[in-house]
Write a protein that binds this ligand. Structure first.
Ligand code: NAD
Length: 358
């Protein structure tokens, strides 16, 4: 079989541009993938991860940036999809390293706008922002920066409620058992929201410090080992850690009726959405449940007052509800339904953009 090169993958995924970055002085090695800019500049997280090899870094960049195109489209935002993946462990980052990345991003002239993701946080974004204006920052009515992962978690909460409405006939999460995989930036806020709602979260993480922070706040929270999270008896499984963790074996182990989390591209293979559909497990596509911050970011463009920006992440409820309704109407999986809705919006807006503005 012919060895596939980067162009083959770009064609298969439909990418516009893939940029390989290298800076010998800071040790920066990374890829910025720009999938589709029909709706606007490609927005995407900056992920630092210890990839086993160059190919897995490339594939992650391609998959995740395509997911961002769908995420922006389904969120009703004027953004396209992109992703920056940096090869290394988070201890590689320092001021110079992040500023080097900022200079590369600035060089793209606004085609890529960065925000935080696995391995990066708001402090890192501040360093990147010293070299580029193209960093996604959403401010509230007092000019304070809105925490992106909190807005994502808030949107996710409402996405989970939309799923509960379909499966249990009510939005309430009271006494629902919810397995949260990964209590980092998004997961820790989700746990707060779930507890406020009277739900019963069961948490896990590979990082003991992350668990400890939650236990310091909620001393009686149920904690399980990372590999046990798939077997617990729950209503909802909420993956908020890494991509590609759900495969056929994991599906066999899950007891949940709903899968709804923030982890991007959580299915190892998108065909698994069909298996979930047939098994009657409601899968809320991650690009829809995780779009809270994108909604908040784009709310200023649609003339929402600043005080509504964070709150607008709640719109994930309607988005997930529409996807479920469309999937039921067309008798297709929720993943397929969500992609069709996203692609339909991209096509419609592309046509509108043939009209010249003067
Ligand atoms: P994070 O790095 O802050 O947290 C991820 C947590 O998952 C960490 O505590 C990590 O130790 C843990 N983890 C990793 N592998 C694990 C495993 N196998 N089992 C259990 N725990 C594991 O990242 P984050 O910002 O919270 O993002 C979480 C997910 O949500 C990512 O997939 C990210 O792409 C996605 N997402 C994040 C945002 C955002 O605003 N931060 C927005 C949209 C989507």
């Amino acid at each position: 079989m012919k060895k596939r090169d980067v162009f083959d993958y770009m064609e298969e995924f439909g990418h516009e541009e893939v940029l390989f970055l290298s800076d010998r002085d800071t040790g920066l090695r990374g890829i910025i993938a720009i999938h589709n800019t029909t709706l606007g500049p490609a927005v995407g997280g900056v992920r630092i991860w210890k990839y086993p090899n160059e190919k897995s870094a490339l594939m992650d960049a391609l998959r995740l940036s395509r997911g961002m195109t769908y995420q922006s489209a389904i969120a009703g935002a004027d953004f396209g999809g992109g992703k920056a993946v940096l090869w290394g462990t988070p201890d590689i980052k320092n001021e110079a390293y992040l500023r080097a990345l900022g200079r590369f991003i600035q060089g793209l002239g606004g085609r890529f706008i960065a925000y935080s993701d696995l391995g990066t946080d708001e402090n890192d974004l501040s360093q990147i922002a010293r070299e580029t204006e193209y960093v996604l920052v959403v401010r509230d009515e007092n000019g304070k920066i809105i925490d992106a992962s909190k807005a994502t978690a808030y949107g996710l909460l409402w996405g989970i409620k939309a799923c509960c409405n379909t499966v249990f006939g009510e939005n309430s999460l009271k006494e629902k058992r919810i397995a949260v995989q990964g209590v980092g930036n998004v997961g820790k806020h989700l746990v707060d929201y779930l507890i406020q709602e009277g739900a019963h979260p069961i948490i896990t993480d590979i990082d003991y410090d992350a668990i400890k922070k939650i236990q310091d706040k909620y001393s009686d929270i149920e904690v399980v080992k990372p590999n046990e999270i798939y077997d617990v008896d729950v209503d909802i499984f909420s993956p908020c850690a890494v991509s590609g963790i759900i495969d056929e074996d994991i599906i066999k182990r899950l007891n949940a009726k709903i899968i709804a989390g923030s982890a991007n591209c959580v299915l190892k293979d998108i065909e698994l959405s069909e298996i979930l559909h047939k098994k009657g497990i409601l899968f809320a596509p991650d690009f829809a449940t995780a779009c809270g911050n994108i909604i908040a970011a784009s709310s200023s463009k649609i003339l929402q007052p600043a005080w509504k920006r964070f709150e607008s992440a709640k719109y994930v409820y309607d988005i997930v509800g529409n996807i479920i309704e469309y999937s039921q109407k067309k008798k297709i999986s929720t993943y397929k339904a969500a992609r069709l809705l996203a692609e339909e919006r991209i096509e419609k807006i592309a046509k509108v953009r043939r009209i010249q503005r003067f």
